[in-house]
Design a protein around this ligand. Structure first.
Ligand code: NAP
Ligand code: ZN
Ligand code: ZN
Length: 348
């Protein structure tokens, strides 16, 4: 066992504080890595605040991890010390259920993927995430970061990147598709870049026009404010696919009205409370409402290669670990441009 420095939440209401946590011995199939960068995802905040259920405090968040391998177990074949690697939202799964066998470990049903934090590992110990100096992970749940992707920019790809890449692929984003991205935050800005790189026509639907210049620079063809009721009449029936990345409740019925015949609205944001859906909003236009959860290991690796090939990277603000509580306040105020990434050097 080793002891590493980390930032942990001790309750739903207290600020995160510096502490130490234990990491397990490097087992035969394990990879140990020094964490260099960890992204801040809105899910970290939902989780800490107990909005998604029970939390095992003290809890170290962080599931957008980029670092360098320091040691590998005797049976590890995929990685060696010095390799540039990433870890995303889960660190294990049953490996036997239909989802795991299909390489969609995020949908493991037996009983579910082991979250990078606030989960329980095979050893029965709580999992602790990336706001820390180092981590030990089974090699099958580690990603290779392509040489041309900087480590700090790689971190947000491990959650925000794959969470948008997977539905874009699943719903066949391409030149013949009109796609709307709702919410221009960490997830949303990756959605704009990835959909554009796949050749789709992309529209941003943001609360206001404050970030319009950024949205267009990131690759959006059009940009509308959802605070303007005209937006919903102007764009009625336009989109094949709407990706909702908003972390709060929206009037889904209004957004479903923006779908073309047979269009799909995909829920990616996961606010705490239910959102009512009037049946007529689905029936007229044979519209679908779906959801999508991150992506499997193979698809995450594919996404990293895609980003390297198409020069797609997040826009990040690199921060020191002791800025994390302030950063949370800015995320909650939709004042993030467009992902905070913690430089963990001072924790090592
Ligand atoms: P984020 O950076 O905070 O972005 C969310 C964006 O939603 C904001 O930038 C804002 O965009 C918009 N928004 C926030 N509050 C709003 C409100 N009250 N009304 C309307 N729009 C609002 O968060 P994120 O890290 O991208 O995560 C977004 C959501 O996705 C979270 O709920 C997170 O837990 C979830 N998530 C899901 C998955 C998955 O696998 N499905 C993976 C990761 C995260 P504008 O300022 O442009 O309006
Ligand atoms: Zn996340
Ligand atoms: Zn499984």
């Amino acid at each position: 066992m080793s002891t590493v420095t980390a930032y942990a939440a001790t309750s739903a209401a207290e600020p995160l504080t510096k502490t130490t946590i234990a990491r397990r011995e490097v087992g035969p199939h394990d990879v140990a890595l020094d964490i260099h960068f960890a992204g801040i995802c809105h899910s970290d905040i939902h989780t800490i605040r107990g909005e998604w259920g029970e939390v095992r405090y003290p809890m170290v968040p962080g599931h957008e991890i980029a670092g360098i391998v320091t040691a590998v177990g005797a049976d590890v074949t995929k990685y060696k010390p010095g390799d540039r690697v990433g870890v995303g939202c889960f660190v294990d799964s049953c490996r036997e259920c239909p989802a795991c066998l299909a390489g969609e470990e995020q949908y493991c049903s037996n009983p579910g993927m082991v979250g990078t934090y606030n989960g329980v590992g095979r050893d029965g110990e709580p999992t602790q995430g990336g706001y820390s100096a180092a981590i030990v992970v089974d090699e099958n749940y580690v990603l290779r970061i392509p040489d041309s992707v900087a480590l700090d920019a790689a971190a947000p790809l491990l959650c925000a990147g794959i969470t948008l890449y997977s539905p874009l692929r699943h719903w066949n984003a391409g030149p013949d598709k009109k796609i709307a991205v709702v919410g221009l935050g960490g997830l949303g800005h990756m959605g704009v870049k990835l959909a554009k790189a796949m050749g789709a026509e992309v529209t941003v639907l943001s609360q206001s026009l404050k970030k319009m210049e950024d949205g267009l620079r990131l690759g959006a063809d059009e940009y509308y404010a959802t605070s303007d009721p005209d937006t919903f009449s102007k764009l009625a029936g336009k989109f094949d696919l709407i990706l909702n990345t908003v972390s709060a409740n929206l009037d889904l019925s209004a957004y479903l009205g923006l779908l073309a015949l047979d269009g799909t609205l995909v829920e990616l944001g996961m606010p705490e409370h239910p959102m009512p859906v009037p049946p007529a909003a689905l029936i007229f236009g044979r519209r679908s409402l779906s959801g999508s959860l991150i992506g499997g290991i193979a698809e995450t690796q594919e996404m990293l290669e895609f980003c390297a090939e198409h020069d797609v990277a997040p826009e990040i603000e690199v921060i020191e670990p002791d800025y994390v509580n302030e950063a949370y306040g800015r995320v909650l105020a939709s004042d993030v441009r467009y992902r905070f990434v913690i430089d963990t050097a001072s924790l090592r």
